[in-house]
Design a protein around this ligand. Structure first.
Ligand code: NAD
Ligand code: UDP
Length: 322
């Protein structure tokens, strides 16, 4: 199968490219590297079954053809979309339109990477796909949340109007190797700080929660959402339902990295999301998917990857499980 991955030089997209190639398919990555990194796909560049096109998804793509389109292009971290708010909105609206048109032309399958942010600051906990969300359309996260919601609406309209075979996954917080140490998200921040001995920065009281999915689990879920027949028009949550507060995560990372960093509290974010946890009953039922990597295992492998990337030697001490 010819697989096209927009945002394939990013954190999740590069793992999806690896998985697609490992399963015997050819891959074209379209990425303008606005938040992604060439290093994430450097190991693939010489393969004959892999092609990298450095380009904005908003552009025309006359040279691209595919049987399956994974649309992951979009800044994803709050720091990233605050820095590039217009680019984020255009990528998720015009860029999504461009790729939907390509998929329609090629009679291909299309998968949209949406987000748990579609639920905003949820009033229902955990969040099932049937919940419509609680989003401030003019708040600090609006450029991301609302453009992702528009992308969902556009995708479902292509299903209804043109019979496009499209699926939507709502991804919850995901972490792992190739997380950008500088993108400001909680896991890369805490690991980088712990490894460098810098203060671990908890925002606000640290009681806000997130649920953390290891990237290998997530890409398996994305793969099944694309490959399982009969799912056109479905919206499926993908994430790990185990929920941790920011302060709990800070303590865990500090212990697993064997770090002497102190944990400090900084002012809370404006319009902080208080709680987030996916209801994944639908993914279990339709995809037979459930996350398998526990938080300690996932964090250990991420810490090791960060040590290599940041050039920080491993400590000799063995960190025992709690
Ligand atoms: P990332 O920033 O590492 O990857 C996104 C990639 O898209 C980057 O390589 C970036 O350069 C590329 N990109 C952005 N705008 C583009 C454009 N206009 N044209 C071409 N390329 C463009 O982020 P990620 O964590 O890998 O996220 C991937 C997708 O998953 C995003 O759509 C994001 O919204 C979604 N998602 C991620 C998470 C998470 O926890 N990582 C959670 C929810 C949703
Ligand atoms: N957070 C934190 N310290 C950091 C980075 C993030 O306490 O250095 C908190 C942040 O306030 C939020 C959670 O971690 O409650 C997740 O933030 P992130 O930016 O990773 O993604 P979000 O889920 O908010 O989109």
């Amino acid at each position: 199968m010819r697989i096209v991955i927009s945002g394939g030089a990013g954190f999740i997209g590069s793992h999806l490219a690896d998985l697609s190639l490992a399963r015997g398919h050819s891959v074209i990555v379209i990425d303008n590297l606005i938040t992604g990194r060439r290093a994430n796909i450097a190991h693939l560049l010489d393969r004959p079954d892999f092609r990298f096109i450095e380009r904005d998804v908003i552009a025309e793509h006359p040279d691209v053809e595919g049987d399956l389109y994974f649309h992951l292009a979009s800044p994803a971290s709050p720091v990233g979309y605050a820095r590039y708010p217009i680019e984020t909105m255009l990528t998720n609206s015009l860029g999504t339109h461009r790729l939907l048109e390509l998929a329609r032309r090629d009679r291909a399958t299309f998968l949209l990477a949406s987000t748990s942010e579609a639920y905003g600051d949820p009033q229902v906990h955990p969040q099932p796909e049937t919940y419509w969300g609680n989003v401030n359309p003019i708040g600090p996260r609006a450029c991301y949340d609302e453009s992702k919601r528009y992308g969902e609406a556009l995708t479902i309209t292509y299903v209804r109007e043109f019979g496009l075979n499209a699926r939507i996954v709502r991804i919850f917080n995901t972490y792992g190797p190739r997380n950008d140490p500088n993108d400001g998200r909680i896991v890369p921040n805490f690991i980088t700080q712990a490894l460098r001995g810098d203060p671990i920065t908890v925002y606000g009281d640290g009681l806000q929660t997130r649920s953390f999915c290891y990237v290998a689990d997530l890409v398996e879920g994305i793969w099944r959402a694309a490959m399982t027949p009969g799912l056109s028009g479905e919206v499926i949550n993908l994430g790990n339902p185990l929920e941790y507060s920011a302060i709990e995560l800070a303590r865990l990372v500090k212990r697993l990295a064997d770090s002497s960093s102190e944990i400090v509290h900084l002012p809370g974010r404006e319009e902080e999301i208080a709680r987030r946890r996916p209801d994944i009953a639908k993914a279990r039922r339709l995809l037979g998917w459930t996350p398998e990597v526990g938080i300690e295992t996932g964090l250990r492998s991420t810490i090791e990857a960060f040590r290599l990337e940041l050039g920080i030697p491993a400590s000799d001490r063995v960190v025992e499980p709690a």
